[in-house]
Design a protein around this ligand. Sequence first.
Ligand SMILES: [Mg+2]
Length: 114
Amino acid sequence: MKISFDFDNTLEKPEIQKIAKGFIEKGHEVWITSSRKIIGDQTRVIHKDIFDVAIRLGIGSNIQLTNYQDKFNYLSGFDIHLDDDKEQIDLINASNQKCIALHFESAKNIKKLI
Ligand SMILES: [Mg+2]
């Protein structure tokens, strides 16, 4: 499965990082989709926290920053997106694509299922 995590207030949490790592170990493709701003060649410096977590968990360069745009445009081809923002979750689920968006607290339950 192709699984996306929001970063702020989602994948920045250690317990969610553990779950993401578990998905990777099971062979799922894990990405970070954050609405943070792209700042040219300073992006990796300004958002070092995201890039550090991505390296540590084995997410590597599977990072998409939406530059404050709604996330549903970035999730075509994904199966699941986990987020803390109810508005983004609702917009993703209202968009006509297969990706299902859930509050990050559902991550533990998903882990049992896949
Ligand atoms: Mg968030």
